[in-house]
Design a protein around this ligand. Structure first.
Ligand code: MD3
Ligand code: FE
Length: 221
């Protein structure tokens, strides 16, 4: 019997290797960081969506979002005709949002620590579901209390083109392809960068079918 190699070679052979790409100051892309965990994350997500199903929210402006959303954690993100906010209650059920699954929380903390943000304790995880054609226009995530806390994002399923802009809406965004298992951390000066997602292309992912799921972990309160 041959010994199983450990270290970097072992990681490569068992598929747990990942590359860290610095983006802008405070932001990094960990390609493949969650690849080995994707099936476990999708199984845990089922518990969340059974309790708080995906829904297309209507914005303050009366526009129905093409991305379907839900949340887990002690607060969830909601938008309606009165505006955007974090709320303890899911307006669709009148109940608290489902708890954040332990594998979600652990992955987010591990990724943040890897990028220089130790002790990250997210209280909200927003879950976005993209079907072909769904997109997210350029925006800032500015509804959280403490911008010294990073946001961690995890991509699952079909690939997407992510748009990463600057501090101003008019700054020309960089385009970044995000694939299943990719994790990104957005902190420091990049925390308030404008960002968005191009319309999702058609495709079939072996685990999610014709959709892309994105998890974003935040410290909202
Ligand atoms: C850069 N989600 O939920 S994740 C969102 O793929 C959101 O579903 C996108 O934007 C998605 O608000 C992008 C990557 C991301 C998330 C938050 C950021 C990038 C960010 C905050 C600041 C800078
Ligand atoms: Fe965002």
């Amino acid at each position: 019997m041959t010994a199983t190699p450990g270290g970097a070679l072992g990681d490569l052979l068992n598929g747990t290797a990942y590359g860290k790409e610095p983006l802008t100051e405070g932001a990094a892309l960990l390609r493949g960081f969650a690849r080995a965990e994707v099936p476990r994350l999708l199984a845990a997500l089922r518990d969340v969506t059974d309790a708080a199903p995906f829904r297309h929210m209507v914005t303050r402006g009366g526009y129905t979002m093409s991305v379907a959303m839900t949340s887990c954690g002690t607060v969830g993100w909601v938008t309606d005709r009165t505006g955007y906010r974090y709320d303890r209650v899911d307006p669709a059920t009148g109940l608290s949002w489902p708890p954040m699954p332990e594998p979600f929380r652990a992955l987010a903390a591990r990724a943040a620590a890897e990028c220089g943000f130790p002790g990250f304790e997210p209280d909200a995880c927003l879950v976005n579901e993209y079907r072909p054609g769904a997109r997210l226009s350029l925006h800032q995530d500015a509804d959280e209390l403490d911008f010294t806390q990073p946001i961690v994002s995890v991509s699952l399923g079909l690939p997407a083109v992510f748009l990463f802009g600057g501090a101003h809406r008019g700054d020309r965004p960089a385009r970044l392809r995000l694939e299943s298992g990719d994790v990104a951390v957005w902190g420091g000066p990049s925390r308030l960068a404008f960002h968005g997602v191009e319309p999702l292309s058609e495709g079939i992912d072996p685990l999610t079918g014709s959709c892309r799921i994105n998890l974003t972990f935040r410290r909202a309160r």
